[in-house]
Design a protein around this ligand. Sequence first.
Ligand SMILES: *Cc1c(COP(=O)(O)O)cnc(C)c1O
Length: 432
Amino acid sequence: MSTFLPSPLSQRSIDLENQFGTHNYHPLPVVLDQGLGAKVWDVDGKEYFDFLSAYSAVNQGHSHPKILKALTDQASKLTLTSRAFYNSNLGDFSKFLTEYFQFDRMLPMNSGAEAVETAIKVCRKWAYQKKNIPENQAIIVVCSQNFHGRTTTIVGFSTDPDSTRDFGPFTPGFQIIPYNDLPALEEALKNPYVAGFLFEPIQGEAGVMVPDAGFLEKVRELCTKAGVLMMADEVQTGIARTGQLLATCAGCSCSTRCERKYAAKPDLLILGKALSGGIMPVSAVLASHEILLCIHPGEHGSTFGGNPLACAVATSALNVVEDEELAQKAKERGVYFRQRMEKLMSDFPKLFSLVRGKGLLNAVVIRDEESSKTAWNFCVMMMQNGVLAKPTHGNIIRFAPPLVISEVEMAQACDIIEKTTQEFVQAYPQFQ
Ligand SMILES: *Cc1c(COP(=O)(O)O)cnc(C)c1O
């Protein structure tokens, strides 16, 4: 089987990154140059369906005209003031965001990791001030195979050796329990020094691990009973990705500005990624008066957090989610995608073992050892045929296109995945 060789133009960018960048990623050999909606184009003008959406940051589609207009309008007026002064956007945005998600207050940051760090700090403050946990004793319960970002504190409670090896020593005060394990959570919450439970409603990076039905409701119940904060990291699952506005929302796909109904309303909601439609980093933590008012001037902040440009872009990005009924779209396209993949799986049971997911956050599990390159090789072949997706942990391929993908585009992309599968089993007959 011939190995893929990038074009000279692509190779130039790849070589420059390799020579002058740090090798902290292992990208597919494609060099993107343009994007619109669910599609992207490489430096040679070849077209692809984007089935990663920058890890679910581009839910609203590439270069959405309305979000771009909000960006350029605001950019020509005022971009950054710092929080040393008020700016004319943050107040309106705070009201808009809290009403949109039905919380009392918000705290704006930039990256997802910063929002998770913020949630951790807020939870600890609350624990000492409201729960009277003795100084420096607060514990936050987290889950194995979590992904919450890349800062030193956050990787300190990762169970992925690549994330932790040679990066210690780490911040204490975290207890790891298995994901989707309610008895383990109940046991952990018996410790009176526990202040909060930080988790992903669906574990994205771990390979789209969907918990059992009723898990979120039971987490809510256990956290309430123990008097600890339920902290939902919806950086990847939020903003309509799973076919509802949030993964913690009740089943409705909230396409109009109805009252947000939560199946399990978290005490701390952590948002990032698609909060800005993939245009710039915008993240935020939302919570009650009681929780967020534990933080006083000078105790936490960010130079760029709450900047007027971010406020304008995020407002537009959330309006697009509502106006274009993206939650409903994600739900419908997701049902179709999983149907097509299940058919493919039944035709090629030696290659695929499982398809799982919710809305447009899905994964296909390849039947091979975790250390093999099968998923990678499949993704390279899919790339050559015009669909971009990437393996996540081991032999799992995540499929997460922008939510604006049309019915026709989704059918075309599924055709490409099917065609790739046929070519793949010809090149690797052991999977036939
Ligand atoms: C991507 C992600 C983060 C980190 O966001 P960054 O913007 O990369 O810092 C945190 N939590 C979850 C669940 C994520 O998927």
